[in-house]
Design a protein around this ligand. Structure first.
Ligand SMILES: *Cc1c(COP(=O)(O)O)cnc(C)c1O
Length: 462
């Protein structure tokens, strides 16, 4: 880890400023310092920056949100969805803030373990777990949610062959419908996830599955990610709560003791304000599903995007500017490799952009519609089209905001573009910005090695 200090003007936030203004001030300060310190430079024209203060505050707010609506002593595990930001030091920072990990592949489990997340704070949820993954999770005592009846049969065999302390549950698809982004809606009638609760005979099958297996103590649902309205999220949670109540009534005991309500709180990509907040969601759950939060059930949550999206920014240098067909175009170094969803599905994933000058100062001037393009070789590689920003010049910088989840840590290696460096920052009121490297920029040699560079003649003899 490299720690460097730089002195730049401290954030100036007027106490009457809108929510999110402090985060925006920290971001401006970090952008300036990243350029001054050479984290973004002509040689290194792209980097991801993570606001450590913001991560800590988001974790604290999440814990407070659910502590505020449950009786003291109610067990609550907030398991961060690792796929949102699969970076070990970030998982470690969250762990220090009392947040566990939701993992969905052997790789994600390995990241969580490398970060020191204890098995008791880890939940495994993927839809296609192999026998080896299930065996490992049960041996470690990691909570597992079975996706389907065939997976449950595999777990049956494992439970018979060796006792496990792992809390076990079933993922249910409450089939409450889709949000505004089809590909991220997991509770449609035909979703690939979980046991479909409303299909004919499914509810009775589920209740029997629990009654036949006294070790099934959890019910899980995750209704979707970005684009799911709060009302739909709440209805998905209500469906699993009602199922748990029915199982417990039929069992005549509190067999189901923990409800895993998934993640999916949508993020506001339109301003610096976190809206809705975890607090608002927790209060709505309290109002609409009071029995869920009265202390009879332990809770697991699996938020990803809502914890980290606002804590990250992608900072790219403008290499050239040009004009075509009357449209100004800025050619930058951030495109499909770091903003894959935005580039391929711009309607669903618009990003806020901010312009900074060559020294990293917020760029002034009248807003002009311009295309902000990435470095990849296809025409659609745009962060935004006809986007209003002060007119960009070569050597300026563009920041893609709210990219702390599902963006820079999920590299897409189109055009063999290297993974950019990712740096955590702490911007302090005294004007000091300290950076620590979370992931170094990928050297070209590594890229070559990953592309079979070690065996150039592998195909020669075929
Ligand atoms: C992706 C995922 C999450 C996290 O979703 P967010 O929208 O990032 O909160 C939680 N649980 C499961 C099972 C997931 O697949």
């Amino acid at each position: 880890m490299s720690l460097d200090d730089a002195t730049v003007p401290g954030p100036t936030v007027d106490p009457t400023s809108p929510p999110g203004a402090e985060a925006a001030a920290r971001r401006d300060q970090a952008v300036r310092a990243a350029i001054e310190q050479g984290l973004v430079s002509p040689e290194n024209p792209l980097a991801g920056l993570i606001d450590v203060t913001g991560v800590r505050a988001a974790a604290t707010a999440l814990r407070a949100a659910f502590a505020g609506v449950t009786p003291p002593g109610t067990p609550v595990l907030h398991a961060f969805a690792v796929k949102a930001t699969p970076l070990v030091p970030v998982l470690r920072l969250l762990r220090e803030e009392g947040i566990g990990a939701e993992v969905a592949s052997p790789g994600e489990l390995a990241l969580a373990r490398a970060a020191g997340v204890p098995p008791a704070h880890t939940v495994l949820d993927s839809p296609a777990k192999t026998p080896a993954e299930l065996r490992e999770a049960l041996a470690l005592g990691i909570a597992v949610n079975a996706d389907n009846s065939q997976e449950l049969a595999r777990i049956d065999a494992l439970v018979r062959s060796a006792p496990t302390g792992a809390p076990l549950g079933v993922r249910v698809n409450p089939q409450v419908g889709a949000g505004s982004i089809g590909a991220l809606s997991t509770a449609t009638a035909t979703s690939k996830f979980g046991v479909p609760l409303r299909d004919e005979g499914a509810r009775e099958w589920l209740v029997r599955a629990y009654l036949d297996r006294p070790w099934l103590t959890r019910v899980h649902a995750h209704t979707g990610s970005q684009g799911i309205p709060l009302d739909l999220l709440v209805r998905g949670v209500a469906a699993v709560y009602e199922l748990a109540e029915e199982i417990n009534a039929r069992a005549g005991r509190r067999q189901v003791d923990t409800l895993d309500i998934g993640g999916g709180l949508p993020v506001n990509f339109a301003s610096d304000e976190a809206d809705p907040t975890h607090g608002a969601y927790a209060r709505l759950l309290k109002e609409r599903v009071p029995g869920l939060l009265d202390g009879r059930y332990g809770l697991v949550t699996e938020f990803g995007r809502s914890l980290l999206a606002k804590q990250g920014v992608l900072l790219a240098r403008v290499e050239y500017v040009k004009e075509a067909g009357g449209r100004p175009i800025a050619l930058t170094h951030a495109g499909v490799q770091v903003a894959t969803r935005t580039v391929y599905a711009p309607e669903s994933w618009p990003l806020r952009l901010a312009a900074y000058d060559a020294k990293g100062r917020p760029k002034q001037g009248p807003a002009v519609g311009q295309d902000v393009a990435g470095p990849a070789c296809f025409a659609g590689d745009l962060l935004a089209a006809d986007h209003p920003l002060p007119r960009l010049e070569a050597g300026d910088h563009v920041a893609a905001l709210d990219t702390g989840a599902y963006y820079f840590a999920q590299h897409y290696s189109y055009n063999s573009l290297p993974r950019p460096g990712i740096h955590g920052f702490a911007a302090r009121a005294d004007g000091t910005v300290r950076f620590a490297t979370v992931r170094a920029p990928q050297p070209v040699a590594e890229l070559v090695a990953e592309a079979g560079g070690g065996v150039p003649d592998a195909l020669d003899g075929l």
